[in-house]
Design a protein around this ligand. Structure first.
Ligand SMILES: C[S@@+](CC[C@H](N)C(=O)[O-])C[C@H]1O[C@@H](n2cnc3c(N)ncnc32)[C@H](O)[C@@H]1O
Length: 487
């Protein structure tokens, strides 16, 4: 028979826990926030329970359980390691229809403790009906990862305004529409960003401005304004997305994405969103930057939640700054979610720490993008000792980069690596020296995107390499994955 989930008020009610060991301690911990009067019957207490008794959180009766005792309590928990005692507690409670939980023998009791994700006052309870507490724990961890702590504050805010909203809107459908807009829109976003005061002010203002006319709610003011989420999608592996990125991705109406955002990451966006591909391949800028900026503004001003997904981190060689400058100039609300930049992702997945006490105390990121066919970098700055140089967009200029570094004083036998399509199942890593890397890469029909790492940290890969992608050659050799976009 399926159990019925129920949330019970235990505030000031007498609850009996029989047992003073580990299991009893765990049960008491989950009971404590409920405000129950907890009585513990056990000859001895665990260290933690002794502390709780001292601090007045529980009352201890230092003796064995007395037959019939459970009948004087609203809820009892049998948590001893003696099956006979547990069965006696269960029998006593069941006889007078009191609530009873038996830790090791759930079928003797009539209530089960759920696995809880606690974002008080929001609580999410998970039960497997006693089939697999471990599965319940794993599911709890997954849910907890998706529900930030600030959801508790959001729940509180909804509770605080509940009556006001009820007074303003007579009809349930209107109230539902209002709350859906608030809880999925900019007000909730603001609160989840940590600006509770701002969110409350905005909600009060919205409530004031909302006009009921012929059963229609005029929500055209402020609350329905669109906004832009500039989100770093990381280097490719979708597991490297942040929780915040994932949350904002789930609620996008429009998605603007470029070539570096992997299909696996895109697959996590809503299927009913509008998708706009904005480039960029080196020889084929699908959309000029100014048009991208204008597109963001246009959709946000039309009240849409616009997701601007960028490979890696939007503020590292990503032109994210330019895009939000336009948004700021146009008065469009935006937020920025950092992503794992290619340097971090590729270095980690290649087993190359970018700094290491024995090798490098500094790390420099440069772009190998050619300006009018030439590579213009501060070479003196790049050939410093104990430093790692990471070069983005450097495949085309690889030979020139390495030659110029050597010309400006870097030892020709300095270790160097090129990471191809890092963090994905297509990752390949070529490691050599600055003098030989170009030759090695030239003979391997390498595909972009690629990242170059130069410095003695590269040798650590011999020992620290851990990621073994399951290379799918058919995909790797496909012409569709050609080397034509920005390397
Ligand atoms: C226009 S930049 C964008 C960088 C991005 N904003 C970031 O933080 O990683 C593009 C360059 O990032 C590097 N890159 C991005 N993803 C990569 C990956 N998965 N593997 C290797 N390099 C990558 C390549 O050098 C590529 O040419």
């Amino acid at each position: 028979m399926q159990q019925f989930p129920l949330f019970v008020s235990l505030d000031n009610r007498r609850v009996l826990v029989v047992g003073g060991g580990t299991v009893a301690t765990r049960k008491i911990h989950s009971l404590m926030p409920s405000g129950a009067q907890i009585h513990v019957v056990a000859p001895n207490l665990s260290e933690r329970l002794t502390q709780l008794e001292k601090s007045g959180h529980i009352t201890h009766h230092a003796r064995e359980y007395a037959s019939g005792e459970a009948q004087h309590y609203w809820l009892s928990v049998a948590a001893t390691n003696d099956a006979r005692t547990n069965a006696q507690v269960a029998k006593d409670a069941n006889e007078c229809n009191a609530l009873i939980n038996v830790a090791d023998e759930p079928r003797l009791g009539n209530v089960a403790f759920a696995s809880i994700v606690n974002r008080a006052p929001l609580q999410i309870a998970i039960s497997t009906g006693g089939h697999s507490p471990i599965l319940a724990r794993l599911i709890r961890a997954r849910i907890a990862a998706f529900i930030p702590a600030s959801y508790g504050t959001l729940t509180q805010l909804a509770g605080d305004y509940r009556q006001q909203v009820k007074d303003r809107f007579q009809h349930l459908a209107q109230r539902r529409r209002f709350w859906e807009t608030v809880l999925t829109g900019p007000i909730a976003q603001r609160l989840l960003r940590g600006d509770e005061t701002g969110a409350r002010q905005q909600l009060s203002a919205q409530l004031k401005l909302t006009i009921e006319a012929d059963g229609q709610t005029d929500n055209s003011v402020d609350v329905n304004k669109g906004e832009v989420y500039l989100v770093g999608a990381g280097p490719g592996d979708p597991d490297l997305l942040t929780f915040r990125a994932l949350r904002l991705m789930h609620q996008a109406d429009v998605v603007l994405h470029d070539r570096l955002v992997s299909d696996d990451v895109l697959a996590l966006c809503p299927s009913d969103a509008e998708y706009i591909y904005v480039g960029k391949r080196r020889a084929d800028h699908a959309m000029p930057q100014a048009t991208i900026n204008d597109t963001l503004v246009k959709h946000a001003k039309a009240g849409k939640r616009v997701l601007r997904l960028k490979g890696g981190d939007p503020f590292i060689f990503g032109r994210g700054g330019e895009e939000i400058e336009t948004l700021a100039d146009s008065g469009v609300r935006f937020e920025v979610v950092p992503g794992i930049t290619a340097a971090s992702g590729c270095a980690s997945y290649a087993g190359i720490p970018l700094t290491h006490r024995d090798h490098a105390q500094a790390c420099v990121f440069v772009t190998g993008h050619l300006k009018q066919g030439a590579l213009e970098l501060n070479w003196k700055h790049l050939v410093q000792p104990n430093q790692t140089v990471v070069c983005y967009m450097g495949l085309t200029a690889l030979k020139e980069l390495c030659e110029k570094l050597v010309f400006h004083g870097l030892a020709a036998d300095t270790p160097a690596a090129l990471v191809e399509r890092g963090t994905t199942q297509h990752q390949r890593v070529f490691s050599a020296t600055v003098a030989t890397l170009h030759e090695q890469v030239a003979s391997a029909s390498v595909r972009a995107p690629t990242l170059i790492i130069i410095g003695s940290v590269v040798v650590l890969r011999n020992k620290l390499q851990w990621f073994n992608p399951a290379l799918d050659q058919s995909v790797q050799e496909s012409p569709a994955n050609g080397d034509s976009f920005m390397n």
